[in-house]
Write a protein that binds this ligand. Structure first.
Ligand code: NAX
Length: 328
């Protein structure tokens, strides 16, 4: 059997952590032939709860699970890590401004980026789930100068999967018949789910994009505000679907995307589609040889351009704030 892959999950005692860890241990993320060793990072107050989760992981007797460690120290949690899922973050509290939120998260993602830089394995791949995910990824990458920036990513796969489902429902086809959707921009209400290059049952989704009222008044806001709708219905934020999206993201990053299709991920821009270099922005991406590649050469019409620009402007504003705070 191959050597275990070290996977670190922060915020392991939280609700996404609980939905995520068992699936990683079962092989859903890295495949049925790859053993994993889990490192659970939590704040000291939540270590006991994480230990409870570790006991349950043991009790599943997963054949692929080579061990579980619970840590409250980032240096130990990221020691030799190959895949880091940064889920734990500071939520927005009452009266908190965006700057306060970014600053509080800078206090988490800066030190974690430094610990990854100092202790992780040479091939480390990082997925930031904790919000504001794109800018938290930017902060973590800025504190890890020895790790290639392309190894820091932010999760927009949940938005992508939500968009796939909305289109499948509208078109009356299975989700597997919907391809080449894209989420652009920030993982926030400004994100832009783009149908203009999508295919439904092998044909261009033109019949859907022609319905501009549905597109701009239903589809885009339903996808962008789905998180709030889940909170309203469930009384808690998305957890299992977020964990599933994290599994999908890392799975495709490591094992590749299917031929002829693409997905969405927040990756460090190298200037594609006019997005300023260095921003962690969601793009349509493929993955091969363990690397994300932005899908290039797509024609962007005025409808899409205005929405992409608005979301990118929000990312720039977040970057400017964290710059002013000295966090990047
Ligand atoms: P929970 O509040 O259930 O869990 C968060 C956990 O993180 C807690 O156990 C807490 O003790 C831990 N934590 C806090 N600071 C930490 C630190 N410095 N080191 C290690 N652990 C730390 O939140 P949950 O519902 O699991 O959501 C986690 C994050 O995912 C939130 O920021 C949330 O906003 C974000 N989400 C991101 C999504 C995305 O698509 N990118 C979608 C789902 C989710 O909203």
């Amino acid at each position: 059997m191959t050597a275990p892959v070290n996977v670190t999950v922060t915020g392991a005692a939280g609700q996404i952590g609980y939905a995520l860890l068992f699936r990683i241990a079962s092989g859903a993320m890295l495949g049925p032939d790859t053993p994993v060793r889990l490192r659970l990072l939590e704040i000291p107050q939540a270590v006991k709860a994480a230990e409870g989760t570790a006991m349950e992981l043991d009790d599943c007797a997963f054949p692929l699970l080579a061990g579980v460690d619970v840590e409250d120290d980032a240096a130990r949690a990221f020691d030799g890590t190959n895949v880091a899922l940064l889920v734990g973050a500071r939520p927005r509290g009452p009266g908190m401004e965006r700057g306060d939120l970014l600053e509080a998260n800078g206090g988490i993602f800066g030190p974690q980026g430094r610990a990854i830089n100092a202790h992780a394995a040479g091939d480390v791949r990082v997925l930031v789930v904790g919000n504001p995910a794109n800018t938290n990824a930017l902060i973590a990458a800025a504190h890890a100068p020895d790790v290639p920036a392309e190894r820091f990513t932010a999760m927009t796969r949940l938005d992508h999967n939500r968009a796939l489902s909305q289109v499948a429902h509208k078109a009356g086809v299975p989700v597997s018949e919907v391809r080449r959707l894209a989420i652009w921009g920030n993982h926030s209400a400004t994100q832009y789910p783009d149908l203009f290059h999508a295919e439904v049952a092998g044909a261009p989704a033109g019949v859907l994009t022609a319905d501009t009222a549905w597109l701009s008044d239903e589809f885009v806001p339903t996808v962008a505000k789905r998180g709030a709708a889940i909170i309203d219905a469930r009384g808690a934020s998305s957890a299992a679907s977020a964990a599933n999206a994290a599994i999908d993201h890392v799975h495709d990053w490591v094992l590749g995307t299917p031929e002829g299709d693409w997905t969405s991920a927040g990756v460090v821009s190298t200037g594609e589609y006019g997005v300023p270099e260095g921003l962690v922005c969601s793009f349509p991406v493929t993955s091969s040889d363990g690397r994300w590649h932005v899908v290039e050469g797509l024609e962007i019409d005025d409808f899409s351009r205005a929405r992409i620009d608005a979301s990118v402007a929000e990312l720039e504003a977040e970057r400017d704030t964290v710059r002013e705070l000295g966090l990047v």
